[in-house]
Design a protein around this ligand. Structure first.
Ligand SMILES: *Cc1c(COP(=O)(O)O)cnc(C)c1O
Length: 296
């Protein structure tokens, strides 16, 4: 049995003097606490896909990712819970004969069969969305139309948690593939806005991805979101000293552990944009999309 998610996820106020001085508020939407085995926003994006896979009588889930992909781990955990098979196509043929890192070891423990492919072949495999009999295929990162609709539930929950959720509100989230931003923006009520924080260098490209994902999920785009590109800290997985200092300060001040590749960057951007005067008077909710990695 796949454990039920604990919804709605908690919404907590951060009593921050800088936000208060700007007439603004800071809230955290704790999606890192959504599910006991399927991590954070990967659960949001998987939930509708799992329903489709089960309804179609799929015997398994197949997906793609790098050696530390949270999405790959999430698919393995979900498949295990549902009693489905799972296959992970992993970038890097050279990894096949090496000891597994903690992330791949976890996926294997959950019953996932790993297939390692050359980096050159991986691109094509992941883009081709191969068909494999009996398998529900999920793209790299898990972002597709159903995933976008799953992420939109976050906005619906917030509407029930915050009085007058609307024109004063900004929902801020980290952006990797863009599925989460596409969904939360699509789910917002009139007047509220979504702010996506790019965690990798992707100006232009990411905007096109988010728009395409909204069309895949809803058949249309919404105009209530934008991307901030100044907070990736040098690229995916890069954590410059300034960001590390900020994250440690926040953790010590407010007791919330911050995952560094995504969540810390989103929060760093929220403070940065507040200091730049862009969030004055706003109620800012930062979506905590996942938990920190275990120490390795
Ligand atoms: C995967 C991930 C994201 C990125 O979500 P996208 O929908 O790919 O943009 C954000 N935060 C965390 C913690 C993640 O693991």
């Amino acid at each position: 049995m796949l454990a039920a998610a604990d919804l709605p996820t908690p919404l907590t106020a951060v009593d921050d003097p800088e936000f208060a001085a700007a007439g603004a508020e800071l809230w955290l939407k704790r999606d890192d606490l959504a599910h006991p085995t399927v991590p954070g926003n990967k659960w949001r994006k998987l939930a509708p896909n799992l329903e489709l896979a089960v309804a179609a009588g799929a015997r398994g889930l197949l997906t793609y990712g790098g050696a530390y992909s949270t999405h790959v781990r999430a698919v393995a955990a979900a498949a295990k819970g549902l009693g489905l098979a799972s296959v992970g196509v992993i970038r890097g043929a050279e990894l096949a004969g090496r000891p597994r890192n903690w992330s791949l070891a976890r996926a294997e423990r959950d019953g996932m069969v790993l297939e390692f492919v050359e980096r050159s072949a991986y691109r094509e495999a992941a883009a081709g969305r191969e068909r494999r009999a009996g398998y529900h295929v999920l793209p790299e990162g898990g972002s597709n139309g159903p995933a976008v609709r799953g992420a939109a539930v976050v906005a619906a929950e917030l509407a029930g948690q915050l009085p007058d959720f609307g024109a004063r509100d900004v929902l801020c989230c980290a952006v990797g593939t863009g599925g989460t931003l596409a969904g939360v923006a699509a789910g917002l009520p009139a007047g509220a806005r979504a702010l996506g924080v790019a965690v990798l260098r992707g100006e232009g490209y990411l905007e096109a991805e988010v728009a395409a994902l909204q069309r895949a999920g809803y058949g249309r785009e919404s105009a209530n979101w934008r991307l901030a590109h100044g907070w990736h800290g040098g690229g995916y997985g890069r954590v410059p000293p300034e960001l590390e200092r900020f994250a440690r300060w926040f953790e010590a001040a407010y007791g919330v552990p911050l995952e560094r590749r995504y969540v810390a960057k989103a929060l760093w951007a929220a403070y940065g944009l507040l200091r730049a005067g862009e969030l004055a008077g706003r109620r800012v909710t930062v979506l905590v999309t996942g938990l920190p990695d275990p120490p390795s």
